[in-house]
Design a protein around this ligand. Structure first.
Ligand code: BDR
Ligand code: CA
Length: 350
């Protein structure tokens, strides 16, 4: 299995990324770190712990969950309660509470420890000075922790196989005219990440908006063995408690995407695509571009400037004529949902 570290801000779609990462045999999840973004940093940490407990294997050690940066490098922190609810997982039912002793036990393992140091320790332990394996770093929130890690532990760069991140937009944004939320929250951090000579894959909203959790998918989630009922009777009773929990938070996500963005077909499962890319890269069509972040902010702070027509003459020191990033352009949507349902089935059987 491929060694990965997941940095996230759960968040409904981050929750799905955690589910996939914990239920894909192709992945060895070394650890999880959390960051400011969708909700308060404290809530993000608590949610990641609850999700790790819920989606991990009973009785087996879970990947540890470390709290990371509580604010962006330069900007004022944001939260996005309009999309994810006040606690970051609005609408969720049946998820073990943070105060439950079993979740508390997980929380005590990492309380007071720092995410950036934990990432470094996990990378060092896996890389073993070149004798071991490289680690893939995945971000599904603002990239503050990753920028700090790369800047502080420069010597560990050869140990990083790839950086896969959900963020950015080619053209129209979602939390600014041109800016996507993760990059907008900490644009300087993302520019720092983009500047490092490590292979990178960006999964922008142009790709994630193809992966809509439709009503039909909702039926397949709730009742995998039944034929589809008429589409206006959601919510249908879920086949298992796990499916009920996922359904409740995705219904909330569907509502906020409908009221905020007018997405009537369903919400996009943005962050889940990072893990899908690692397990099934063949489901993605990507192209290499120069990507930078707009930092001056007159009109477009946080926009990812994707040089589709190769206007920029770039420093070629690191190869690829300065094109620093593979950008996902198209996703095989049925293929993604088959994988998503397989992971749920695996999680259900545990
Ligand atoms: C990104 O912002 C958050 O709302 C989601 O969790 C996702 O990471 C989409 O723009
Ligand atoms: Ca996220």
């Amino acid at each position: 299995p491929r060694a990965i570290w997941l940095d996230c801000d759960p968040g409904h779609d981050d929750a799905i990324a955690i589910l996939l990462a914990l239920n894909s045999p192709e992945i060895k999840l070394l650890g999880i770190s959390t960051v400011h973004g969708n909700t308060t940093p404290q809530n993000a940490w608590k949610n990641a712990l609850r999700l790790t407990y819920a989606f991990g294997t009973e009785g087996e050690p879970k990947p540890k969950v470390y709290a990371g940066a509580t604010k962006p490098l330069l900007r004022t922190p944001k939260v996005d309660a309009e999309i994810h609810g006040l606690d970051g997982l609005g609408g969720v039912e049946g998820l073990t509470d943070f105060r439950d002793p079993k979740v508390q036990r997980l929380a005590q393992e990492t309380e007071g420890k720092r995410a950036v140091e934990a990432i470094a320790a996990a990378v060092q332990e896996t890389w073993k000075n070149g004798e071991g394996e490289r680690v893939t770093l995945v971000t599904t929130g603002p990239q503050t922790n990753l920028a700090l890690f790369l800047s502080v532990y420069v010597d560990l760069q050869p140990a990083i196989e790839e950086i896969v991140f959900m963020g950015g937009a080619v053209g129209v944004g979602n939390r600014g005219p041109l800016a996507e939320y993760n990059i907008l929250c900490d644009p300087e951090a993302s520019q720092i990440v983009l500047d490092y000579p490590i292979p990178k894959v960006m999964i922008p909203i142009n790709a994630t908006h193809q992966v809509i959790f439709t009503k039909e998918m909702h039926y397949r989630l709730l009742a995998p063995d039944q034929s589809l009922p008429t589409p206006d009777v959601l919510p249908l009773k879920a086949a298992t408690p796990l499916r009920h929990t996922i359904s409740t938070f995705l219904l909330f996500f569907a509502d906020t995407y409908r009221s905020t963005f007018g997405f009537n077909e369903g919400p996009p499962l943005h962050d889940a695509l990072t893990i899908a890319y690692i397990v099934h890269p063949e489901l993605f069509r990507c192209k290499r571009y120069r990507v930078d972040v707009e930092l001056s902010g007159t009109h477009a702070l946080g926009a990812t400037v994707v040089d589709v027509w190769n206007y920029r003459t770039c420093d070629d020191t690191w190869g690829y004529q300065g094109k620093n990033c593979l950008v996902a352009e198209d996703v095989n949507v049925p293929g993604f949902f088959d994988y998503f349902l397989e992971c749920i089935e695996r999680c259900d059987k545990k």
